[in-house]
Design a binder for this molecule. Structure first.
Ligand SMILES: [Zn+2]
Length: 390
């Protein structure tokens, strides 16, 4: 068993309330996953990530492979123990970062040669190597290695890239099936008593592998990609290559197309989205999982999400720029209707002061509020979906 997905209710528009059971715990879906790029949700300590009710977080394979190295993390008992996070985790395949961050890429059918964005050192990622790195990290969910086509790309270019992605997905699956017992969950260090390790919890359990639907902005390719991946019978499916600059109605169309084809009894994950109103919209369409750096990145830049009417948590989302002079003596919290620990304690005036001084606490508090805002949004959506009748 690597994953169990139980749908409780489904609405007329396809949105579903479900539970995703993973080796490190149960996740209530639809869920937003905070991004912990380098085994840290930037500027936010793990106990706070728990307190805002994040049930699953994401880590980036490319970054952890370069620093501190997946072998070091495996020697320390896996990424859960390394970063002291005992709830579920997901790692991406490294593909997106190889194609967006790394320099001088050379792509062949076998894999991608690239230079590190940190020091220019040369590396090679293949589907098998991505799997080996992700198994060493030991997240509950791994992603197949895929090629992320540039945007915009021609139909022919997108089709060829998609074909490569499908071949790599099959190779990722083959490697996963052959090596999934190598996950470091039973490593002696992972048995740390302080961490509340329970050996029985991991008996017979494996990491799950998700496929990634590509196909650019072409409906026929998107559909074909989804169909090909479904044939591979993987535990879950992601929709990748979206929110890369295309108009929002195109994103929505590509998601809807993929959702039509992907199985209703497996989790469906849209990678790298989005604004609070977007994640709400996609969840109501039937997307179960999403992740984005936006809440933490915006927070570090002093951009805070609030509701237009603080007493109506379903009202429009606005952005408060904490840097602005008009916040200098504003005694209100960021969002008067927000129950987060930041809004319970600090004023806009104080947060503006922290930002103006470049105090690290400002980045931390802003990130916590934004993450809590996303969590609250998804909790409200889950409540709506749970009470919906079929
Ligand atoms: Zn708040």
């Amino acid at each position: 068993m690597s994953l169990r997905f139980q749908v409780e209710t489904t609405t007329g528009s396809g949105g579903r309330r479900a539970q995703l059971e993973l080796p490190h715990g149960v996740v209530q879906t639809p869920v937003f996953m905070p991004v912990g790029t380098a085994a840290t949700v930037k500027a936010v300590p793990q106990n706070v990530v728990e307190e805002i009710n994040a049930e699953i977080i994401l880590a980036n394979t490319y970054h952890l492979y370069l620093r501190p190295g997946h072998e070091l993390i495996a020697r320390s008992g896996g990424v859960h123990r390394f970063m002291s996070w005992q709830r579920p985790m997901l790692t991406d395949s490294g593909g997106f970062q190889v194609f967006s961050l790394a320099k001088l890429r050379k792509i062949s059918a076998d894999g991608v040669e690239f230079r590190s964005h940190l020091d220019g050192s040369k590396h090679f990622f293949s589907p098998e190597h991505s799997m080996a790195v992700q198994i060493a990290l030991g997240a509950d969910i791994m992603m197949v290695f895929d090629e992320c086509v540039e945007t915009p790309a021609s139909w022919e270019r997108t089709r060829d890239s998609m074909a490569l992605t499908h071949a790599w997905a099959q190779r990722s699956k083959d490697y996963w099936l052959a090596h999934r017992d190598e996950v470091p969950w039973t490593h002696p260090l992972a048995r740390d008593v302080v961490m509340g390790y329970d050996a029985a919890r991991f008996a017979g359990k494996h990491q799950a592998l998700f496929g990634i639907v590509q196909g650019g902005m072409y409906p026929d390719l998107r559909r074909e990609s989804a169909e090909r991946l479904v044939e591979m019978d993987l535990p879950g499916y992601a929709i990748g290559g979206l929110a890369v600059g295309e108009p929002r109605e195109v994103t929505r169309e590509m998601i809807a197309l993929a959702l039509e084809v992907l199985p209703k009894d497996k989790p469906r994950y849209v990678m790298g989205v989005g604004y609070p109103d977007e994640i709400e919209e996609y969840a109501r369409m039937g997307v179960d999982m999403m992740d984005c750096v936006l809440p933490t990145r915006a927070g570090r830049h002093g951009l805070l999400f609030i509701r237009e009417d603080p007493n109506d948590r379903a009202s429009a989302v606005l952005r408060l720029n904490i840097k602005k002079q008009d916040n200098a003596e504003d005694e209100r919290p960021i969002d008067e209707g927000c129950a987060c620990m930041v809004c319970q304690r600090y004023t806009r005036a104080y947060l503006r002061h922290l930002f103006a001084c470049g105090e690290p606490l400002g980045a931390t508090l802003n990130s916590i509020h934004n993450l809590a805002f996303y969590m609250e949004t998804m909790q409200r959506v889950r409540g709506d979906l749970a009470t919906a009748t079929r």
